[in-house]
Design a protein. Sequence first.
Length: 221
Amino acid sequence: MVEDTTELVFDIPDSVLDQIQQNIQDIIRNFDVPEENKEEVINQINYIYTRTKYLSITDELTGLSNRRCFDTTLEKEFLRAKRYKNKLTLVMFDIDFFKNVNDTYGHQCGDFILKQVANAALQTFRKTDTVFRFGGEEFAVILTETDINQAFIPLERFRKTIETLNSFYQNQEVNITVSIGAYQFEDWLESKEDFIEKTDEALYEAKNLGRNKTVLFNIRQ
């Protein structure tokens, strides 16, 4: 499993940050300056705050939700499934032999491929599903209200889309594939980390089978 260590993570709840922002606005409104100046400063602060909050949960390269957002979202969905017995499937996939892409065509090409894969994922999965850049060339998808059998068709469609993508970078064709692992939520899972671990096992099984495969686990392995 690849973990992105380049991102600075603040463990401050959004509710606390929102309250800090509101307090700053209240202080500015009490300044002895013209009202229009107050509004201008508040608008600027709101823009900076909104932009910073967006960037804190977004992968800058691909525009996908990032690892921090993944951890928060999965925790919520995991607890919801635990309590209400909702269907929930976690997916992890990565680009096969991605190092070869960087070594052969350069890191800028690698970035281009990451964006291509991210865009293909956004086009394939439902609006209610969330696609994340988990780290490096590894991605995750949280499929809500979806069991493992329902997941197979869109996952295979995505795998075949990548297989036939035929990306061109600086007039060079770059062919790639992805390996996909998925696991369905089960009551015996004690934490979201257990959920990630089982999904990761499915992903590595896809690699062990020769890559460019989709492997689904929905029983205790």
